[in-house]
Unconditional design. Structure first.
Length: 120
């Protein structure tokens, strides 16, 4: 992979990381300052459901942050863009679609087929 491509993905991943961290902080800020009392139990249940949904989304963001951080580390280690299964280069188009991926399209397709067979 060329140096300009590596720089492009480094900037993309850093932007994704910044955005995810800002979302997480916004959620924390929103939840710590929101203390509402609901007279209607249905309103309270809706608010609790919304809060639980938001927390699930933030948990997914937390996992994504970990993957982004690992991808940035792979860039620093000179291992970015190489499939961890077969050792082949991961295509630029795939990296643009999923810059934190560790598998080339062939290995990812095989992994998904295996999961379908196992019923995962």
């Amino acid at each position: 992979m060329e140096a300009k491509d590596i720089q492009f993905f480094r900037e993309m991943l850093n932007a994704m990381l910044d955005e995810s961290l800002q979302k997480g902080q916004a959620t924390i800020d929103d939840m710590t300052e929101t203390v509402e009392v609901y007279a209607d139990p249905a309103d309270r249940a809706t608010a609790e459901s919304d809060r639980a949904f938001t927390l699930r989304l933030r948990d997914r963001e937390r996992k994504l942050i970990k993957k982004i951080t690992q991808a940035i580390q792979r860039i620093e280690d000179g291992e970015y863009g190489v499939c961890v299964d077969c050792g082949e280069d991961i295509g630029i188009a795939r990296l643009k679609a999923r810059p934190m991926t560790t598998l080339c399209i062939n290995c990812k397709s095989k992994q998904e087929e295996d999961e379908m067979v196992r019923g995962d």
